[in-house]
Structure formats: C-alpha cells, structure tokens
Design a protein around this ligand. Structure first.
Ligand SMILES: Cc1ncc(COP(=O)(O)O)c(C=O)c1O
Length: 378
C-alpha cells in the first residue's frame, strides 16, 4: 500500500513529458533567455515565450507578455501586493487566507496600509455582499484566494470580480489551489492580477510559478537587477515581463512547466476536475463511517476542490499523519497548513487538521486504501 495524497502542497507524480522536458532542456539547450547572442539563448527564450502563451490560453489571460515567472505563488503574491499597495491604501481580503497573502498584508499593515479581512463562515464560504460592504473610498485592492488549501472552499471570484470592477478596484487572485484544477477565465471573472504556482495543478517542477498582470497596471518593482536586455538605464524596464523578472530565471523549470501546462490543456481542466471531484466524493463517503471524525469545508461538493481536511476526536492530526506515513506509506499533511486564518475560521486553530489531497494521478483504490488505513489506526 502506498499513496501520495499531498497534491495541495505539490503535485506528484508529474506527467512523463515534464521529466523529459526538464532533462532535454538541461542537456540540449542550457542557456538563459535574454542572456547570450546564440541559438541556445534563442531556444530558451522561445520556450519561455511558448510557456507564457500556453498559460495565457489556459487562464484566458489578456496578454502573454504580462506573465512574469517567479519561484512560486508566494513570490508572485508578494510582488503584486507590494507592487500595488502604498501607505494610506485600504485592501480587502478574506478570513481564510494562506500566509502567502496574510503575512505580506500584515507586513504592509505595519507600513500604513489598512487591511480588512471579510469573515467567512466556518466552512469557508463567503458572501460577496460582505465584500461589497467592506469597500471604502480608499480601497485600492481586493486580494483573495480562489480556493482554500485547508477547507477546499471555492470562493465566488466571478461575483467578487464584478464588484471590484464596478467600484474601480483592482482584484488580485491567489490561484494556488485552482490553476489547472478548476476553470479560470481572467477576462470574464474580471481578474486584474493572478498569482499561480507552477508546481501544483500545472504539474511543473519546484521553483516555478508566476504573476499574470493585466496590461495597463504598473507595478512598483520588488526586486531590481539584470534584465538581460535594456541594460543601460539605472531603473528596471517599464515593459512586462522584463520589469518583474530580474536575474536569471529557472529556465529548465519553465521548460518543465510548459510541458505541464500542455498536459493540462490536452486533458482539459473539466476532465481533471471531474476525476478529482469523484475522488473527493469517494473519500468523504468512506470517511463518513469513522466515529468522531469531522470533515472541514462545504458539504456541497461543487463548492470545493480536492482537499479533504478532517479532525478526529481524541487524536492528534500530526500523529495520524505520522502513522499513515510510516506504517502505510500514505503521504498526507497535518497541522495548520501555513493557513492559521483558515483554521481560526473553521475553529481548528488549536488542534489543526489532517489533510488528504488527491490529484489527477490518484486512483480510486488509493483513496479507499487511505480511508481504510485511517480506520485501522483508529
Ligand atoms: C492557497 C495557497 N496560497 C499560496 C500558496 C503558496 O504557494 P507556493 O508554495 O507556490 O508559494 C499555497 C501553497 O500551499 C496555497 O495553498
């Protein structure tokens, strides 16, 4: 018995094409976009641009050039929050954010940015009317996750986008749990900025991610340095993506990310979602029989992603995860999942929870075995 049920942290395994793309890039291309006047550099730049094109297609992003690569979603979120917000600005967020949004906002709060966290219900659901009610004359930005990595709850980003748009406020979405796993249409959802990890639902390697910026939004730079071209000025270039891509990028990782995004486009987000939702239903059904077990998040499956966090009366989640790992080789994640706000909202800040997160490569048998393993431990 063995199962990897920690896809909400990083997806694994990856499609075969991803391994091959990283290997081929490192052996056969090797150079860095924008650095060098030779065919290897041109090939590296072509791959990076192709990755931007594939991502723009997947997310219906307004302009592939507005996609800057980063190391992960956290870096992209920091870039956006610190590039937009100034002292005196007001920002609206939710009460279930990951620390990747929460901690930069708390840092900005110490520098004079006002932060309102709109309360979600204990299952993570949020009423868009509460977001509208939190708007003030100085509100500059709404920054929210698309889905919770603890509760699985999907927030109504389309409705929030309309509210933001009607009030002339920018919308930044943390798509860490949805990019590749749930439909995202930046245009119809009126998303101005979107942060994504490459290493989760897009099946890229570690050290990949990015920020999508709608044309016309000028971000203050967060990191300055070499941009490969346009080297003479003492400031970063105005144009994206160069403005946000100081220093040598993870070109091999981006080659892998391109293969991952192509895989998602080939399979189709709808099919990936259907498989993951079926596994989620199966898991929740199987766990229902466990005495003293509570499943966090919405009851309505359509409102959740493939994240199933549970608490079991009388058991410490970390110990359950340790036994699942050591005895059954089943990978889960216990604790606060870098999201104490979500746990506070759910009422599990003291205990934490045990999280199962199946992925597209998880089978129904693996999910059943995980549920049986938990039952046998208890
Ligand atoms: C909702 C959410 N936001 C942000 C992040 C941070 O992503 P990364 O690890 O790519 O920085 C995660 C990662 O688990 C997440 O689940």
């Amino acid at each position: 018995m063995s199962a990897y049920l920690d896809n909400a942290a990083t997806s694994w395994p990856k499609p075969e094409a991803v391994y091959l793309a990283v290997d081929a890039f490192m052996r056969q291309v090797g150079a860095t976009p924008g650095r060098g006047g030779h065919w290897r550099e041109e090939e590296a730049a072509r791959i990076a641009d192709e990755a931007r094109g594939a991502l723009a297609q997947l997310l219906n992003a307004p302009d592939p050039a507005g996609i800057a690569f980063t190391m992960n979603a956290t870096q992209a979120l920091n870039m956006a929050l610190k590039g937009i917000l100034r002292p005196g600005d007001h920002v609206i967020t939710s009460s279930i954010e990951h620390n990747a949004v929460w901690r930069p906002l708390k840092a900005l709060e110490r520098r004079g940015v006002a932060v309102t966290a709109v309360p979600c219900a204990a299952d993570g659901t949020l009423d868009p009317a509460d977001v509208a009610a939190a708007i003030r004359p100085d509100t500059r930005l709404i920054a929210m996750l698309h889905a919770s990595n603890v509760l699985g709850t999907i927030l109504p980003i389309g409705e929030i986008g309309k509210i933001a748009h009607d009030h002339g406020i920018l919308l930044l979405v943390d798509a860490a749990q949805t990019a590749g796993a749930y439909p995202i249409d930046m245009a119809s959802m009126r998303i101005d900025l979107l942060a994504f990890p490459g290493h989760k639902g897009l099946y890229g390697p570690h050290g990949t991610g990015g920020l999508v910026v709608r044309p016309g939004i000028q971000l203050e730079t967060w990191v300055e340095g070499g941009s490969g071209t346009e080297s003479a000025p003492e400031t970063m270039p105005e144009a994206l993506p160069l403005r946000l891509e100081a220093g040598t990028q993870n070109a091999a990782g981006i080659a892998g990310l391109l293969a991952g995004v192509r895989f998602v486009l080939e399979q189709g987000v709808a099919r990936i979602r259907e498989h993951e939702l079926a596994l989620t239903a199966l898991l929740i059904d199987a766990l229902r029989e466990v005495p003293g077990l509570a499943v966090l998040g919405p009851v309505d499956l359509e409102r959740r992603t493939a994240v199933v966090s549970v608490t079991v009366e009388g058991y410490i989640p970390d110990q359950l995860a340790a036994v699942l790992d050591q005895v059954f080789d089943i990978a889960t994640r216990a604790g606060l999942h870098c999201a104490p706000q979500a746990h506070r909202t759910a009422g599990t800040l003291e205990t934490g929870a045990l999280r199962f997160s199946p992925g597209y490569f998880t089978t129904a048998d693996e999910v059943r075995e995980a549920a049986e393993a938990l039952l046998s431990i208890l």
